[in-house]
Design a protein around this ligand. Structure first.
Ligand code: NAD
Length: 494
């Protein structure tokens, strides 16, 4: 079946169209058990369309198709420059469908249309081109040994990779994995979130149009407990690259351990600190802190949700942050005035409101927001708390909504101790004009990423990943190539 609709908004006028089947072996097919799931528009709660929902037997079919491609038309069977050419062709198609992809992301994931168009989709094509460039350059080394044998290393594809992604930036996070996996010669079974599969299905159509051999990329929307678990337990899947919550990450790793010891990359949750020192340049810092807290209504893994503010600047900065929220317009993603949109689902709305109530019950002071908006859709007002007990759930747990806590500190050592007192270690922000302090503090922060005087600026060239319970393994940059390859050592007696 095909879903198509016409949208007539201030930012996007036109039609979108996407096949709602499973994409297996180069064709769209119905799920074997004919199961479907309703997709909702988070901006008003209405049903957008239904898509096929993959079960275990569909995962088996997709893995078979991927292996068939690996053994005939991909991996060692095509020169690397052919893979590069196809990835560039796909980037061309993504660029020529930028409006449609952004509109689908808006309709299905509640992502702001203009932000999807001007950022997420461009990031998708930038990653395709970056890894296309690597396809024929990820060389091994020759090694000098004492006995003069010929010794060298090769980076070989793992084989069939399972890719599992969440709903917050569906197409962008997908491509952080798909581009390096394909560039290095793997075949992929991609399981998008059951809430937001439309752009992945559109991507499948573009992969087909670009001319990739059948079976190289398969797209199987399904639930975590069904398709997700089947993929992570599959004996013929060599690797699972997962982005999602820490709880699910544990389940993925356990499934890998009890099946075939497949490799895993885990990009998990965060509760990232932003430390603002007395000498911070507020003109630079305030917009970054607000973006970090409230962009995409806080459904951002790198959100800086714990803001530590030095005492000399606290009484100045807090009213500025609270005051700025009046101009922070929430709205439907197609509304050009909206800077952020709805939460993805009713479940997520209830979860975030539950955290806000828990914060109030724990005795924290509510400075702004604190409730849903009086309109259809899953909107929560940007919310700030202060005086938060260190053990309160709003201080320790990832909320994944527009909720931040503000904390006063005195010394640099105190700020570091507070910032590092977390199970998570995804990212961190430091606001200061002292270079030495920036270097010292970023060195001491327990996080996979550190940003100084900025929220988060991710690019294909720089590696990204977490530490502690934010997971392990890298996306982006040269480092991601190693996530999808096996390093073989070859020794030849001469
Ligand atoms: P989630 O963990 O509920 O789901 C993520 C994906 O895993 C979905 O596709 C889901 O269907 C699947 N899944 C669920 N249970 C599974 C199982 N048992 N086996 C296999 N797959 C399963 O996460 P979510 O609610 O979709 O997304 C929000 C979370 O993602 C947040 O915790 C956020 O921090 C995290 N996230 C992390 C990053 C990062 O780069 N670190 C980026 C974006 C989102």
């Amino acid at each position: 079946a095909t879903f198509s609709t016409t949208i007539d908004s201030e930012t996007f006028k036109g039609s979108v169209s996407v096949n709602t089947g499973l994409f297996i072996g180069g064709k769209f097919v119905e799920a074997i058990k004919q199961t479907t799931i309703d997709l909702h528009n988070p901006a008003d709660g209405s049903v957008v369309t239904q898509v096929s929902l993959a079960g275990k037997e569909d995962i088996d079919a997709a893995v078979d198709a991927a292996h068939a491609a690996l053994n005939s038309s991909w991996g060692a069977h095509v020169p690397a420059h052919t893979r590069a050419k196809l990835l560039h062709k796909l980037a061309d198609l993504v660029e020529s469908h930028v409006d449609e992809l952004a509109a689908l992301e808006c309709l299905n994931a509640g992502r702001n249309y203009l932000q999807a168009k001007n950022h997420d989709i461009l990031d998708v094509s930038a990653n395709l081109r970056y890894y296309a460039g690597w396809a024929d350059k990820h060389h091994g080394q020759t090694v000098e040994t004492a006995d003069g044998r010929l010794a060298y290393t090769r980076h070989e594809p793992i084989g069939v990779c399972g890719i599992i992604v969440p709903w917050n930036f569906p197409i962008m996070l997908t491509m952080w994995k798909v581009a390096p996996a394909l560039a290095t010669g793997n075949c992929v079974v991609l399981k998008p979130s059951e809430l937001t599969p439309l752009t992945a299905l559109k991507l499948a159509a573009l992969v087909h149009e670009a001319g990739f051999p059948a079976g190289v990329l398969n797209v199987v929307p399904g639930t975590g407990a069904g398709a997700g678990q089947a993929l992570t337990e599959h004996m013929r899947v060599g690797k699972v690259s997962f982005t999602g919550s820490t709880a699910t990450g544990r389940a993925v790793m356990a499934a890998a351990a009890r099946s075939n010891l497949k490799r895993v990359t885990l990009e998990l949750g965060g509760k990232s600190p932003a430390i603002v020192f007395d000498d911070a340049d507020l003109a630079v810092s305030v917009p970054e802190i607000l973006k970090s807290l409230f962009a995409h209504s806080g459904q951002v893994c790198v959100a800086g949700t714990r803001v530590y503010i030095q005492e000399g600047i606290y009484d100045t900065l807090v009213p500025i942050l609270v005051g700025a929220l009046g101009a922070f317009a929430l709205g439907d993603g197609f509304d050009p005035k909206a800077v952020a949109g709805p939460l993805v689902s009713q479940t997520q709305l209830d979860r975030v409101l539950g955290y806000i109530e828990a914060g109030k019950a724990a005795g924290a002071t509510l400075l702004a927001g604190g409730s849903r908006l009086d309109r259809p859709g899953y909107f929560v007002a940007p919310t700030l708390f202060t005086d938060v007990p260190p053990t309160a759930s709003i201080m320790t747990e990832e909320i994944f909504g527009p909720v931040g806590v503000l904390v006063k500190f005195t010394t640099e050592a105190e700020a570091l101790a507070l910032a590092n007192a977390s199970d998570y270690g995804l990212t961190s922000q430091v606001y200061t004009q002292h270079l030495e302090r920036a270097v010292r503090v970023t060195r001491a922060l327990q996080a996979g990423n550190a940003f100084v005087n900025m929220f988060s600026m991710l690019c294909p060239q720089m590696p990204f990943g977490g530490t502690k319970q934010s997971g392990f393994g890298k996306h982006l940059g040269q480092a991601a190539l190693d996530e999808y390859t096996i390093l073989k050592a070859v020794h030849i007696r001469v």
